[in-house]
Ligand binder design. Sequence first.
Ligand code: SAH
Length: 260
Amino acid sequence: MPASSALGKLYLVGLGPGDAAHLAPAALAALQESQVVVGFRGYMEQVESLLSGKECVAMELGQELERAARAVAQAQAGRTVAVISSGDAGIYGMAGPVFRVLTDLGWDGTAPEVEVVPGVSALQSAAALLGAPLMQDFCAISLSNLLTPWETIRRRLTAAAQGDFVVVLYNPRSLRRTTQLLEARSILLEHRPASTPVGLVRDAYRPGQRITITDLQGLEERIALVDMVTTVVVGNSTTYMQGGRMVTPRGYEEKAARRD
Ligand code: SAH
């Protein structure tokens, strides 16, 4: 293991969806190089075989800022630290709390050194398992109103619906947040047909992976299939189903040609 640099190093590592095959080699190298690994317990277990001999700091939901501060402090002390997220650390991940802490400290960009290591985000995993739904402009919207006011999320849903974006919904539904996905569905239905394909990908590339294809109409009765380990992909007005796959054609004309 390389000795820690005098300045310390902080890696923000995205682990990908869950299995070793989709963990990027650069993420693996960053983990191997780190002396301290900080992250949610579940993600720690995901990379357990890589953690022997390292100091592990497990965190619970709600401890993000505190753990980010601890990780920064360790790096400032000259150690090499990895803060791990599922998917990509910079997409609804731990990069946020870490940069918040760095900002509060007036970080100068060098001490500690910070490197964000990209990972395969849930939208890419879900899209790959569904087919090719993201071939035109798309957007990601998190339905969690814990950190973002619901009114803001509603406004973004409306804009995405009006703009005919393919929409990827993160954090779609939890035990306590049960109404948001239905409201998102209603907003989308104001601007696209009930037959618009919808893909539900649960636990992508993890044991128990489940892929469900429905449409905006059918989403209502399948709502119980959606939870916090699910990513929802809603097609745009050109998205179609072929051979059980969800496909958005590369261009708007292509669909017209296909139908003729
Ligand atoms: N940083 C992560 C996202 C964290 S937000 C990333 O880039 O993927 C958490 C949300 O991500 C979950 O509620 C779910 O919507 C989605 N998600 C993360 N991993 C997933 C997986 N393996 N399968 C399906 N959805 C996943």
